[in-house]
Design a protein around this ligand. Structure first.
Ligand code: RFL
Ligand code: PHB
Length: 414
């Protein structure tokens, strides 16, 4: 049997982008249906980002998602940059006049969002299959899916939001002439990441360039470390025993008088590195947001923050469009987001190429990396340039005045 339904916004994907969009739309009184092909447990456990810009933290607080973030997030003033056997601190708070970064895992943001949406009785469906989107250039695009109990749904929408990540179906549903730009770079290396029951050996994140390759020491909690190693792009994870990973990390981070605390490896995986931007981020009544439209290598910690900035702008634009019949922000959505996307794409590409050792890298390239790193730690202007984009390039476009008052949202309660 097929069920025919209607909603204002059909959202594909319950990652951070799709979940936050449905939350923000609900605050504006706009209804949505959000579908996800994975299980709730899988979405809540998928290990990914951990570093939030202060702009992202402020937005999450503004929209009622700050409680656990404020209680459990680890607020950092800046980062360490290590090269040539020396570790330097960059104090972003001081360089930017007050902006900071917070470690709070993407898994926790996703849990907070799912809890908030579920408590609000949202239409949020996990474990769907056969998702398709159609009639994108019409006023009544459709979202079709089969739910976990095998029932087929055809949802007529005003707008569809493609929040289904890089491998999703929405971007690929746009006809060939609908995207005017597909810009891409792949990098000749990958990251081997571990989550470990080992207290972090550092108070703030360390980005380390070593002749054997890049290493990153991050964390999740005061008890759990998150660490990464540059490995060849086609690396087989089975080749890395846990003791070897710890030994390689210790070699790359080595400093006199400092040691790396080891512990059981809870999870390990390899992440390829790619930059990708599709534009425009809109085709007819399909709007793309987050990794569905663009991805960056993780070196600048930008992916999740970009997804949040996109959906904040999209929620404001769609609320104006669907509630107030004002299309101006929806029409400006793609250009507005791409400005930030390219700034972050540059930062991630720059940090990646300055800190990793490419196969066959020659002395000329190594010296160019080192002179940039020395400049970064000796010139206030250079450090401030990094600090400005790292902590959140520009204010996020979210207009809290699009939110309805409680009594408009829940008339029976007020
Ligand atoms: P997601 O998180 O990929 O969510 C997309 C969702 O869509 C679902 N989906 C479908 N659902 C229904 N039907 C279909 N046909 C579907 N196809 C797909 C998927 O199952 C999924 O649930 O994209 P979103 O929401 O745009 O969020 C983007 C972020 O996840 C991503 O940019 C970040 O994780 C990137 N990233 C980092 N970003 C940061 O800002 N700071 C960091 O410190 C940071 N570190 C990282 C990272 C990404 C990493 N990996 C593994 C890629 C570190 C790593 C190692
Ligand atoms: C993380 O904590 O997972 C993390 C931090 C900084 C990055 C990338 C990942 O640049």
């Amino acid at each position: 049997m097929t069920v025919h339904e209607r909603t204002q916004v059909g959202i594909v994907g319950a990652g951070p982008a799709g979940l936050l969009l449905s939350h923000l739309l609900a605050l504006g009184g706009v209804d949505s249906v959000c579908v996800e092909n994975r299980s709730r447990a899988y979405c809540e456990a998928r290990q990914r980002a951990g570093m939030l810009e202060s702009t992202t933290v402020e937005l999450l607080r503004t929209v009622g998602l700050g409680d656990r973030l404020d209680a459990e997030g680890l607020e950092h003033d800046g980062i360490y940059v290590q090269f040539d056997g020396q570790r330097h601190h960059l104090n972003f708070r001081e360089l930017t006049g007050g902006r900071w970064i917070t470690i709070y895992a993407q898994t926790e943001i996703v849990k907070d969002l799912i809890a908030a949406r579920t408590a609000a009785g949202a239409a949020l469906e996990f474990e769907v299959s056969g998702t398709t989107v159609g009639r994108l250039d019409s006023d009544a695009p459709v979202l079709c899916y089969t739910d976990a109990s095998d029932e087929r749904h055809v949802v007529t929408c005003d707008v569809i939001a493609g929040c289904d990540g890089f491998h999703g179906i929405t971007r690929r549903s746009i006809p060939a002439n609908g995207l005017t730009m597909l810009a891409e770079r792949s990098y000749p290396y990958a990251w081997l990441g571990i989550l470990a029951a080992a207290p972090p050996s550092t108070d703030e994140v360390i980005y380390c360039r070593h002749d054997r390759g890049f290493a990153l020491h991050s964390m999740r909690t005061p008890e759990i470390g998150r660490l990464y190693l540059q490995v060849p792009a086609d690396e087989d994870i089975a080749r890395w025993r846990d003791e070897q990973i710890w030994a390689e990390l210790a070699t790359r981070f080595a400093l006199p008088g400092w040691s790396l605390t080891n512990g059981p490896v809870l999870q390990k995986s390899i992440t390829p590195m790619r930059s990708f931007v599709a534009a425009p981020m809109r085709y007819g009544n399909l709007f793309l947001a987050g990794d569905a439209a663009h991805i960056v290598p993780p070196t600048g910690a930008k992916g999740l923050n970009l997804a949040v900035a996109d959906v904040a702008a999209l929620a404001t634009a769609l609320t104006r469009l669907l509630r107030d019949a004002d299309p101006s922000l929806a029409d400006a959505y793609s250009d507005h987001c791409l400005e930030r996307v390219w700034r972050s794409t540059h930062l991630s590409w720059w940090m990646t190429s300055m800190l990793h050792i490419a196969p066959g890298q020659d002395q000329f390239e190594s010296e160019l990396q080192l002179t940039q790193l020395r400049h970064l730690v000796t010139s206030r202007t250079a450090a401030a340039t990094l600090a400005e984009t790292y902590t959140g390039y520009a204010p996020i476009r979210y207009d809290p005045s699009t939110r309805l008052a409680a009594k408009q949202l829940w008339p029976s309660v007020a």
